[in-house]
Design a protein around this ligand. Structure first.
Ligand SMILES: *Cc1c(COP(=O)(O)O)cnc(C)c1O
Length: 378
């Protein structure tokens, strides 16, 4: 039967109307090639928004993560401790550098890296005289991990911290933006993130020396000379001036976007929380969860249908929902690497579903989702 209702997507781009003005300026001034005034302004405006000293706009969040690992000199055979509950882009750059990921499980209160497991691992490594080269900490689905103990552990053991805040633009930890606590932080503006440049990312840090090196590496590692002089291998990772214009427009409505995502969550929670076996992703007490995606778990023994049955029922009503990320220690490509714990994230994966969460959803759209969801419970 053909669908009569338009498709509801998981988290489509949501333009504010401000973007075109900045894109227009880029066209009018013919600043279309990479770099230009929008890039400089977007870097400065984003840094002001998150409270970081230096920012480098990149072609993607993945590129920013790759730069971060390169800046920390992660190389062949170097171990990097990384959250297992994440998207593959948190881990792939470790492999680009020839490094060895060790996966750290989540804690139930935030679904993010468990500081106790990190501590155990760092202590065991110290005893064995094997210091990891870096920790990559992921802030998942719009919620900050518990940064205070993790930052303290990284300092105690002398391991630099890279924060993957790709999904956490607009979130806070004790009033401050996750992504600004570590040596380096990474954000993403991919198409389905809370604000988007269609594709893009940002590397931030308070370290002037690291960021100058990041800027150079991202620009093909060109030396300061009139001709093209190279003494090391770089990348073409800078954001274009047109896309930075989109980012500037998006940044102006970030607070509104967070409010809209949190409203979606509140709607779903109110409508669904009384159903047996339904539990929403917790909001940890330390900050504001942007609710980039509304995530919940479905216990099939109580609910009467499992996560996949619900997903398919929504799909039949032309509604896109998605399982939560499959943990990296369960991914075939990462079989054979060590995992510390793994049961918490595996348990969330077995039952976890992400509901449509775009900031442009209407109350009627949200009603369609909850009606469809309710039908699976009967
Ligand atoms: C989206 C995402 C990335 C990568 O960002 P891109 O801009 O898509 O390259 C990295 N880590 C996490 C957790 C993400 O969700």
């Amino acid at each position: 039967m053909p669908h009569t209702s338009p498709r509801i997507y998981l988290c489509p781009p949501h333009m504010s109307g401000y973007e075109q003005q900045y894109v227009q300026e880029a066209f009018a001034s013919n600043w279309l090639a990479p770099l230009g005034p929008n890039v400089d302004a977007f870097e400065a405006e984003f840094c002001a928004a998150v409270g970081s000293r230096y920012g480098l706009a990149t072609t993607s969040g993945t590129a920013a993560l790759h730069l971060a690992l390169r800046l920390l000199d992660v190389g062949t055979g170097d171990e990097v401790l990384v959250s297992t509950f994440t998207f593959c882009a948190s881990v792939n750059p470790i492999l680009y550098q020839g490094g060895i990921p060790t996966f750290i499980d989540s804690e139930a209160v935030s679904w993010n890296m468990d500081p106790n497991l990190l501590e155990d691992t760092l202590r065991r490594r110290a005893r064995a005289g094997r210091k990891p080269k870096a920790v990559v900490l992921v802030h998942l689905f719009g919620q900050s991990a518990d940064l205070d103990p993790i930052v303290a552990l990284c300092q105690q053991y002398g391991v630099p911290l890279v924060e993957d805040a790709a999904e956490a633009v607009g979130a806070t930890y004790k009033g401050k933006a996750p992504g600004t606590f570590g040596t380096l932080g990474v954000f993403s503006f991919n198409g389905n993130k809370i604000i988007t440049t269609t594709g893009g990312g940002m590397l931030v840090s308070d370290d002037a020396v690291l960021m100058a090196q990041a800027r150079k590496l991202a620009t093909q590692a060109r030396e300061d000379a009139p001709h093209y002089e190279h003494t090391e291998v770089g990348y073409n990772y800078r954001m274009s001036n047109v896309l930075a214009g989109i980012g500037r427009g998006q940044l102006r409505v970030l607070a509104e976007r967070v409010a809209a995502h949190r409203q979606n969550f509140a709607f779903y929670q109110e409508a669904l929380r009384h159903l047996p076996g339904i539990r929403f992703m917790p909001e940890a007490p330390w900050g504001c969860h942007s609710r980039w995606l509304t995530c919940l778990t479905i216990d099939p023994t109580q609910f009467g249908a499992d996560r996949e049955a619900v997903r398919l029922a929504l799909e039949a009503d032309n509604i896109e929902a998605r399982p939560v990320w499959k943990p990296m220690h369960m991914q075939p490509v990462y079989a054979g690497y060590e995992a510390v714990g793994g049961g918490v994230s595996a348990g969330v994966f077995a039952q976890g579903l992400c509901l449509p969460s775009g900031s442009g959803l209407t109350v009627a759209d949200l009603g369609r989702v909850t009606t469809s969801f309710y039908a699976t419970a009967l």
